[in-house]
Design a protein around this ligand. Structure first.
Ligand SMILES: [Fe+2]
Ligand SMILES: [Fe+2]
Length: 206
């Protein structure tokens, strides 16, 4: 049964249900869980709505497996969200994570948080999965720093993007006081605290 137009506020469980329906690939699910985790942590730090920020983080790439190019993602995904009764504000935030393609500018704290958490979680995950323990408890900020300098490692994580998006987030939400490596430490700590859900607690070690 469709919940479209029932007016029921959507929850993180609804986001997860949407993700599970559209994403089979474990890594992409993990990406969204990681962004959700980092955003929830920042919502707490900023006195924002933790459950809502977690929901948006969890949902933001739900259509990447079915629309795996930037001609369709996230615009075609927005249409699916609308059809399923997701609210326009949530759709706006998701569209703002690709302003170049959607024309939707980032204006609110949650918009800046999403971008700042998006790519860096990928570097943290990659740094964990190259450890034989596959345990994020064995990853430190220094580990990430070494991997950051090795441009061939997790080359899809554009370091310049991370620097720019962190600077935007810092300016908009921390009065310029959030330094890059403090941000990375926050993201790492949040992910460490949620290691089981991310399957980064060693269960993937051979
Ligand atoms: Fe995306
Ligand atoms: Fe993403």
């Amino acid at each position: 049964m469709s919940h479209a137009a029932t007016g029921q506020p959507k929850t993180r469980d609804d986001a997860w249900e949407m993700v599970c329906r559209h994403v089979q690939e474990r890594g992409l699910r993990r990406h969204m869980l990681a962004v959700s985790t980092a955003m929830a942590d920042y919502a707490r730090r900023l006195g924002q709505d933790e459950a809502y920020w977690a929901t948006v983080g969890l949902l933001h790439d739900f259509d990447w497996e079915i629309h795996p190019d930037l001609d369709r993602h996230p615009i075609a995904g927005a249409a699916l969200l609308r059809a399923e009764g997701w609210d326009e504000e949530t759709i706006r935030v998701i569209l703002s994570h690709y302003t170049e393609g959607t024309g939707v500018e980032r204006t609110k704290p949650i918009d800046f948080a999403l971008l700042a958490c998006d790519e860096i979680t990928g570097l943290v995950i990659a740094a964990t999965l190259v450890k034989s323990s596959r345990n994020i408890a064995d990853v430190s900020v220094d580990t990430i720093r070494k991997k950051w300098k090795d441009k061939r490692f997790a080359a899809g994580v554009d370091r310049d993007d991370v620097i720019a998006y962190t600077a935007d987030f810092s300016r908009e939400c921390f009065g310029g006081g959030l330094e890059l490596w403090t941000h990375i430490a926050h993201v790492l700590q949040a992910m460490q605290a949620n290691a089981a859900e991310l399957e980064l607690d060693g269960r993937l070690s051979a």
